[in-house]
Design a protein around this ligand. Sequence first.
Ligand code: DGI
Ligand code: FE
Ligand code: FE
Ligand code: FE
Length: 192
Amino acid sequence: KEDLYQLEKSLEDILPKKRYLHSLGVMTTAFSMALAFGADYKKAVLAGLLHDCAKYMTGEEMLKECIDKGVPVKQVEMLKPDLLHAKLGAFYAKTVYNIEDEEILSAITWHTTGKPDMTTLEKIIFVADYIEPNRTLSDIFNLDDIRKLSFENLDEAVYRILGDTIAYLMESGKLIDETTADTYNFYKRKLC
Ligand code: DGI
Ligand code: FE
Ligand code: FE
Ligand code: FE
């Protein structure tokens, strides 16, 4: 049932090549971080591999799919439907890939915005998504620093990633999901 090779093949079939390679990068990064931080590495592998499993559709298609399948959609997700790939990914992880573990499903659900007071596994997936080897310095500011920090202080890494993500969203005039802002505030308070 938990045949990793079969799962990798299914994702390779459905995801665009770059997205598939990114998923493998998140999987191995999350595996290493789970070992470093004493989290369940098997859960980290499954969550990392599957976290973007819905990211082969357009925003419009994801919105329609969520409405069809009864997955609740927030107002900000109506306006920025790309955000839906996280919760739709968790829905597919459960219904298509037979993942029943709530910790894995939750880590997938919250991998884009984060959420206040995350579990170690949730933080690992959130951070691994940002630092995995296929991400490049041209995509992401401060990537070297954040990669190093990620294996030293997980909360600090989450905080820095959110700060940089929010700065990027503001610069490009994009809507900020309230959960992204709440998560930033939570970790800012936690660290001071
Ligand atoms: O799916 P990935 O590209 O691997 O990574 P992700 O799921 O973390 O998505 C990253 C994108 O999501 C990035 O372009 C920033 C965007 N994002 C994160 N938080 C918010 C957001 N976009 C909006 N509009 N609002 C947010 O709060
Ligand atoms: Fe994603
Ligand atoms: Fe992310
Ligand atoms: Fe991702």
